[in-house]
Write a protein that binds this ligand. Structure first.
Ligand code: ATP
Length: 355
């Protein structure tokens, strides 16, 4: 791994019942989590769920209403941002337009009054890591969006912080650049081995980058887990409906004697108590062979290249099933799919919690 040198230290972050309120409005509600040293943690959720506010509290840019933040056991609630040894990368990368790439990367070293004799070496190493060595004498206006984003990354790296905070760093990039820069961030984080908290509303970014994902909604943590755990065992209907592309199909109905009925579906084989439930299954888990649980006219068909997404309307819900790429049918044709109990996720009909 890349040696971070004298700046490198452990950085375990503890959030203890962290809350942010503005008057009666709760932006973040009792966020409680330990982030081990070197973890890549992604905060994921829809706009307004409290991700940025959480991050800003960790950075020291937002006052904490209640709770504590500890970095390596040291309470930092009242520390200035500059004393926390965290480096932030924002979606708007805020480069200095009049400085070239070299000087932009060097800037934090000057501000922190780090021995000038070390600057060149550190800037060159950071530039190399983000593949910018050929662009050191260009100004930001002479760079592409992806290159500018990499300058912002290098500027964070050069400080050798104990913690990286990244707030939607890819959101200003076009789709293709986003994918390549995402790969670069993943590779960098592997090299740097620095505790990282990364905010995004993009679940693909979360799933591809994270050691662990925190799914948030309306200021409240919904689930914390590895990408696989969150995908395979969503804790509630919110997470189920947020993770996956397409998101999990959700159908409301009743469980009676081990049989789910709802929206025209009839699925036996559950060993669960009777009651109102929401049934979930993923488009890619259903199969066409032996299909009988689902039969409904096709609402729409989408060719995805490697497969065909078939969507039907049952009850009030649209439900999608992934079919092979050579699947041929017309809108309105009758469609059948196999949805055995074994691929289904069951959630409480009232609380939405997994049962
Ligand atoms: P986005 O993805 O849109 O950036 P987010 O999940 O990062 O969203 P936050 O920026 O953390 O969301 O905001 C959380 C909630 O707190 C939002 O509903 C927002 O309107 C509210 N909020 C943020 N700042 C303030 C403020 N200064 N005063 C009152 N409410 C605020």
């Amino acid at each position: 791994h890349y040696a971070l040198g004298e700046g490198a230290a452990m950085a375990e972050i503890e959030l203890r019942n962290l809350s942010k309120r503005w008057g009666g409005f709760v932006g973040v509600d009792r966020f409680d989590l330990t982030i081990p040293d070197r973890e890549f943690l992604v905060l994921l959720g829809p706009s307004g769920c409290g991700k940025t506010t959480t991050m800003r509290m960790i950075a020291g840019l937002e006052e904490i209403t209640e709770g504590d933040i500890l970095i390596d056991g040291r309470r930092v609630n009242d520390l200035d941002p500059k004393d926390r040894d965290v480096a932030m990368v924002f979606q708007s990368y805020a480069l200095y337009p009049n400085l070239d790439v070299y000087e932009n990367i060097r800037f934090p070293l000057k501000v922190r009054k780090i021995d000038p004799a070390t600057h060149k070496d550190r800037v060159m190493r950071a530039a190399e890591m983000v593949e910018l060595t050929d662009f050191l004498h260009r100004r930001p206006a002479e760079l592409s969006g992806g290159q500018r984003q990499r300058v912002a990354l290098a500027r964070a790296i050069v400080r050798q912080p104990n913690v990286f905070l990244m707030d939607e760093p890819l959101s200003n990039l076009d789709a293709k650049l986003r994918v390549s820069t995402r790969a670069q961030i993943k590779n960098l984080s592997h090299e740097l081995q620095v505790t990282t908290i990364y905010v995004t509303h993009d679940q693909i970014e979360a799933m591809t980058l994270a050691d662990r994902v925190v799914v948030m909604n309306k200021g409240v943590v919904q689930q914390v887990g590895s990408p696989t755990e969150i995908y395979d065992r969503p804790a509630n209907t919110f997470v189920a409906g947020f993770i996956g592309n397409p998101a999990m199909n959700l159908v409301e109905g009743q469980m009676r004697g081990g049989v789910f009925t709802g929206a025209g579906l009839d699925i036996p084989g559950f060993s669960l108590p009777d009651g109102k439930v929401t049934l979930g299954f993923r488009a890619e888990d259903a199969t066409l062979e032996g299909g009988e649980e689902l039969h409904a006219p096709i609402y729409t068909l989408e060719l995805l290249g490697d497969s065909t997404m078939v969507t039907v309307r049952i009850g009030g819900a649209l439900v999608s099933v992934k079919a092979p790429k050579d699947f041929r049918a017309e809108i309105g044709d009758m469609f059948r799919a196999h949805i055995p109990a074994s691929i289904c996720h069951v959630f409480d009909g009232d609380t939405g919690e997994r049962v």
